[in-house]
Write a protein that binds this ligand. Structure first.
Ligand code: PMP
Length: 417
């Protein structure tokens, strides 16, 4: 019984780490784009981008099992698996991001990235967007602004408005790009005036947690100029867009067209096995070593590396980036054909989709929640995103097919009718 499990969860775990739904289904098995609950009901999993290749992809299962049966141990033993993986991974970056540190989560990757910016610049000031999520270590939580920390935001942290339909930067894409850059420039001035100096700007290149507002190529150009002039680093959180989900490119920053100093990775990286990475240039690595003497126990353990390598190979072998592009475009076009007076915007990149519900600029969060619940009842798992949780969040596994897309859109159509 779900209610028994929820009560047991509350007793054993307390109120933290809430489940995806208030009234969740008990998931017992996954395969491809599907999840099954304890009663044998099947769900199309469009909620989040962890099972990148589809649930329990046999090549990843095999790689994990074989490596676990051979060797798994501390990252700091000398072994080849971590090198084989980093070589393949850094080969996917078009500029001089040629080195990586393996970690266990996206939060840890971002924590390291922040400290890299501080190590390189010798300054402490950090900037992030005002409605984002970058993770849960103490330092990163200060940039993950869903709830102010006890004692308020520390002085070295500044938050700037991101593109957002509820609090629009205004105007054309070019005007928004200028407005965003002006916000960053103001924050840098404040940090410098307060004596913190400016170390780095952290952002998701497509603002995924803000609901993928329609930023496009060129959006970052004025901001990059501002950051470079001030001597700070650009820390690109690719935990959401990385590994081809945006369809037109492997990385979000490639799609938007800018060159970050540090890229952080997580979620889809090993198809559900907990792995993250920080990818950067040798000069940044050297400064980081000098300042922090960093190491970890589990980050690049042999099993994690085997899982991550198998994931990367399957993305390539199965042409999943191309699939994300083609099926993503097909699905988005169909979604744009959905009609309801509360649909304010429908948007996406590759296999990222968002349908925003608003009436005259007022977010329709409850309505969005009802759509999510109705979809669950009809066998499709969706989420919510955005400042007011009023944007339908759809991030299915990368092998998502045209038939899966049709099922999703037909179900949404039936619900909206
Ligand atoms: N960055 C982004 C953009 C995320 O969405 C998340 C997780 N939702 C994180 C970082 C943190 O990753 P993790 O939960 O693996 O620490």
């Amino acid at each position: 019984m779900t209610s028994d499990l929820l009560a047991r969860r509350a007793r054993l775990m307390g109120p933290n780490v809430p489940t995806f739904y208030d009234d969740p289904v008990e998931i017992v098995r996954g395969e491809g784009v599907w999840l099954w609950d304890a009663e044998g009901r099947r769900y199309l999993d469009c909620y989040n981008n962890v099972a990148h290749l589809g649930h329990c992809h046999p090549k990843v299962v095999e790689a994990i099992a074989a490596q676990a049966a051979t060797l798994n141990t501390h990252t700091r033993y000398l072994h080849r698996g971590i090198l084989d993986y980093i070589e393949r991974l850094t080969g996917k970056f078009g500029h001089d991001l040629s080195q990586a540190i393996m970690v266990c989560t996206g939060s840890e990757a971002n924590d390291v990235a922040l400290r890299m910016a501080q190590a390189v610049t010798g300054k402490t000031g950090l900037i992030a967007t005002d409605n984002t999520y970058h993770g849960n270590t103490t330092a990163v939580a200060h940039l993950s602004t869903r709830r102010p920390p006890i004692g308020g935001y520390p002085g070295h942290v500044r938050r700037v408005p991101a593109p957002d339909s509820l609090a629009p930067l205004g105007g054309s894409l070019a005007a928004q790009a200028q407005a965003f850059a002006a916000g960053v420039a103001r924050a840098i001035e404040e940090l410098e005036a307060a004596g913190h100096g400016f170390a780095g700007l952290m952002l998701c290149p497509i603002f995924a947690n803000e609901g993928t507002p329609g930023v496009g190529p060129g959006f970052m150009a004025p901001t990059v100029e501002v950051v470079r002039r001030a001597g700070g680093l650009i820390l690109c959180d690719e935990v959401q867009p990385g590994f081809g989900r945006v369809g037109a490119a492997w990385w979000g920053h490639e799609l938007i067209g800018f060159a970050p100093d540090v890229v952080t990775l997580g979620k889809p990286m090993a198809n559900g096995h907990p792995v993250g990475a920080v990818v950067t240039r040798p000069d940044v690595m050297a400064a980081f070593r000098e300042a922090f003497g960093y190491f970890n126990t589990f980050g690049g353990n042999p099993v994690s590396c085997a899982a991550a390598l198998a994931t990367l190979e399957v993305i390539e072998d199965e042409g999943l980036v191309e699939n994300a592009r083609e099926v993503g475009a097909y699905a988005l076009e169909m979604m744009r054909g959905l009609h309801h007076p509360l649909i304010a915007d429908t948007r996406g990149f590759g296999l990222f989709f968002g349908i925003e519900f608003a009436r005259e600029g007022a977010p329709q969060s409850d309505f969005c929640g009802r759509v999510v619940e109705a979809a669950k009842a009809r066998g499709i798992l969706l989420g919510r995103v955005g400042r007011a949780q009023h944007i339908l969040k759809m991030r299915p596994p990368m092998p998502f097919s045209r038939e899966n897309a049709e099922m999703l859109v037909e179900t949404l159509d039936a619900i909206l009718r």
